[in-house]
Design a protein around this ligand. Structure first.
Ligand code: ADP
Ligand code: ZN
Ligand code: ZN
Length: 726
């Protein structure tokens, strides 16, 4: 008999698989973890295929140490997804697989114990197998019990035989048992009666069960999108399927988790995000893999959860930039989710008040189906959005007279206000008026931000910290000042102006852990706060029923930013932050302080008219040939010196010339806007095409050619497909 050879994905930055000998390997081991010798150590990889041949002479092949059969193999569709991501994002397959696995499963540790939970039922193959089994065997007794008693939990199975738990993996693998669908218990919070738009949306999506269709569920905050998801999930559970629900932020998961588990107390809910302890993450992944999870809720990495019974995918706030990974394999979880829905022939719902223009354009073109929720589910009225023209007014602590009066009025009425300033810290820079010194970060093209609360200067890019100096480091002048305004300074000003008010600041400094964040939210909800000061952290996904005023400071910069996506992000942010107000019976008001009150962005915002905003933006993008009218990839390089980075990119550009890339435009290498970061110089080169297949074909060959070159030792580079940052 010829020896089996396994082809293994290993977590190394090389775009290839590694072959090993494995006598005991068989086709059923595809998708299993394997321990192999690598250099002088050991690595845990995943078997992608098993064959009898290798391009490497058999004499040079090493033997695998052990195939780990302690968990079900990763299914073929999961491996195909990793393969897709690897190809699409031009990233080595081994790293793509490693990224998709929880860290604990990339080591040889004992697997975490899956808690006693979940229910099982007998499958048709199990029924067929039963008569042939020795009658008194544990397997036969288990199957017989399931046959007569229906679905049983692990605990109940243990009463049949104490050794049952040990037998479960084997029986599952044989396909004799299957995880039983969630038991929809009564006692759940009752769903509300849907509004007409919601009803139509649920019906349209439910009609797509069992096949691929992409839906854009467009509706402002509070229009009942989540309720639509929940009612769809209910149908999924009733059909014995699994639902995957992606959300942008870790901070948002507990709240949604609570809502989901209140609605479906009998369903097995797994939440997956990078904030979990490693053991919990691995357990969640294994529960999803074994089919013992009915609902997987999580941030971008949960798109890689294995889901044997997947029936529905939901991506909430689909426009959110956090769905795009910004390091390593720069994947978009939203886009992978769409691919996956197609692969598995299930519907996908992309929900948003302010969809990404890519998604919006797809809906306009009919590739996605647009479903609109046209009004709020509870509060009827939308907040009134007004621009305060700051050219005509002297600002006090950055606030206009209008805003200050409005804040005072809310205080009198016992209502809450929010002042939104997307800049944390006390002031963006410390400066010496005598000699012109400013607090620059020595490692970055950025200023050190003043944090007066703990008297530190901090770089928000590289994390460098210093004490606030008592005097100017260059001329010794003791009269140095913070310039500009961040949330801490605004908080201080509000406390001074409204001594009777309870002011609370919410940003990444005050809420750096989920625990702190929840403590802050609790104090808002229990009415212990009159004025909130915060960054965009506050903008997302929270109901503040007594909040009736939102003031927006310093939003203008994004109107004229070099990044063509800046207006899109600003619009989304302001819609979101505005959506915090007036959610209950009290009408809300949003005041945007601006020097450009007639700017179309603010006008469409005031009219709550996303469609008009999107149409204007898309027209501009079409003219400029920007996405979604073209597809882009960015090659970035970082090195100790800028000229090294630029030279590398220039060489790469020339390599591309030989690949006859007619439909692909390659731009010049340019320094990045924040070109120095943590003592490294950064440059980038954009490639673009109207045709995605042309771009993909080019990238595959181009990246291979770049890899074949020897880059300078101190230089690092990466490719970012569909980049969001410029
Ligand atoms: P979104 O996800 O669009 O922000 P939600 O689904 O969270 O909206 O709905 C906002 C609020 O309205 C929630 O408190 C929700 O329970 C409630 N709600 C949603 N749909 C209905 C409905 N049809 N009838 C009554 N209340 C509803
Ligand atoms: Zn000075
Ligand atoms: Zn820095």
């Amino acid at each position: 008999m010829s020896k089996s050879i396994i082809h293994v994905a290993l977590d190394v930055p090389l775009p290839r698989v590694f072959d090993y000998l494995a006598d005991d390997a068989n086709a059923g081991d595809v998708g299993r973890r394997v321990s192999v010798p690598f250099h002088h150590g050991e690595k845990i990889g995943v078997i992608l295929s098993v064959s009898q041949s290798s391009d490497i002479p058999a004499t040079r092949l090493k033997a695998a140490r052990a195939i780990l059969r302690d968990m079900p193999p990763l299914p073929p569709d999961w491996l195909a997804m990793a393969d897709f991501a690897s190809r699409y994002y031009q990233h080595p397959i081994g790293e793509a697989v490693a990224l998709a696995l929880p860290p604990a499963l990339r080591r040889r540790d004992a697997l975490p114990r899956i808690p006693d939970e979940g229910a099982f039922s007998i499958s048709d193959p199990g029924r067929l197998a039963l008569p042939a089994l020795p009658q008194r065997s544990v397997a036969a007794r288990l199957l017989a019990a399931l046959e007569t008693r229906g679905a049983l939990s692990r605990r109940e199975l243990r009463t049949v035989s104490p050794s049952a738990p040990r037998l479960l993996p084997e029986l599952l693998e044989k396909g004799w048992l299957e995880p039983a669908p969630a038991i929809l218990r009564s006692g759940a919070s009752a769903p509300p009666t849907l509004l007409e738009d919601q009803r139509d949306a649920v019906d349209a999506i439910a009609r797509a069960f069992g096949r691929f269709e992409a839906f854009l569920l467009h509706g402002i905050t509070g229009s009942g999108k989540t309720e639509v998801y929940l009612q769809l999930i209910e149908q999924v559970l009733a059909r014995g399927g699994q639902a995957l629900l992606l959300v942008p932020e870790i901070a948002l998961t507990p709240q949604l988790e609570a809502r989901v588990s209140n609605r479906f107390p009998g369903a097995r809910l797994v939440s997956l995000h990078s904030g979990l302890a490693e053991g919990a993450r691995a357990t969640g992944f294994l529960r999803a893999l074994s089919g013992a999870a009915d609902i997987v809720l999580g941030t971008r990495l949960s798109v890689f959860a294995p889901l044997p019974r997947l029936a529905l995918v939901v991506v909430d706030e689909e426009q959110d930039a956090s769905f795009k990974q910004q390091e390593g394999m720069r994947y978009s979880a939203r886009d992978v989710a769409v691919w996956r829905a197609k692969q598995r022939a299930v519907p996908i719902v992309l929900g948003s008040a302010t969809p990404s223009l890519e998604t919006w354009a797809a809906a306009q073109a009919g590739r996605y189906r647009l479903l609109s929720l046209r009004r709020r589910a509870v509060a009827e009225s939308l907040p009134e959005v007004r621009c305060v023209d700051t050219r005509r007014e002297k600002l006090q602590d950055g606030m206009s007279e209008h805003l200050l009066r409005a804040l005072a009025a809310r205080l009198d009425r016992g209502e809450q206000s929010l002042v939104f300033l997307n800049r944390r810290g006390y002031a963006p820079v410390l400066a010496c008026p005598a000699c012109g010194w400013v607090s620059r970060c020595p490692g970055c093209t950025a200023n050190l931000v003043v944090h007066l609360a703990d008297r530190r200067l901090r770089c928000h890019h590289c994390g460098r910290e210093e004490r606030v100096p008592a005097a100017c480091p260059t001329c010794g002048n003791q009269d140095i000042h913070p310039f500009g305004r961040g949330t801490q300074r605004l908080e201080e000003a509000l406390v001074r102006r409204f001594p009777q008010a309870r002011v609370l600041r919410v940003d990444r400094d005050s809420a750096s852990t989920p625990r702190q964040w929840h403590a802050l939210l609790d104090s808002v909800h229990s009415g212990q706060v009159d004025i909130l000061v915060g960054t965009q952290m506050l903008a997302k996904g929270h109901d503040f029923p007594r909040l009736t005023l939102v003031g927006v400071l310093n939003a203008d910069a994004a109107l004229f930013a070099a990044d063509f996506r800046a207006p899109e992000r600003l619009f989304a942010q302001l819609m979101q932050v505005g959506g915090r107000s007036g959610r209950a019976e009290l009408p809300g008001e949003v005041m945007v302080q601006t020097e450009y009150p007639d700017h179309p962005l603010y006008r469409t915002l005031a009219a709550h008219d996303f469609a008009a905003f999107a149409a204007a933006q898309l027209a501009e993008r079409e003219q400029a040939g920007f996405p979604p009218f073209s597809h882009q990839a960015m090659l970035r390089a970082e090195a100790p010196e800028l000229k090294q980075a630029l030279a590398f990119l220039q060489t790469a550009r020339e390599l591309g010339d030989d690949l006859s890339p007619e439909e692909v435009t390659r731009y010049d290498a340019v320094p990045m806007r924040l070109h120095r970061l943590a003592h490294l110089e950064r440059a980038q080169l954009l490639v673009e095409s109207r045709s995605r297949p042309a771009l993909q074909a080019f990238l595959a060959r181009w990246v291979a050619a770049i890899r074949a070159q020897k880059a300078p030792k101190a230089l690092r580079w990466h490719i970012d497909v569909d980049p969001l940052e410029f």
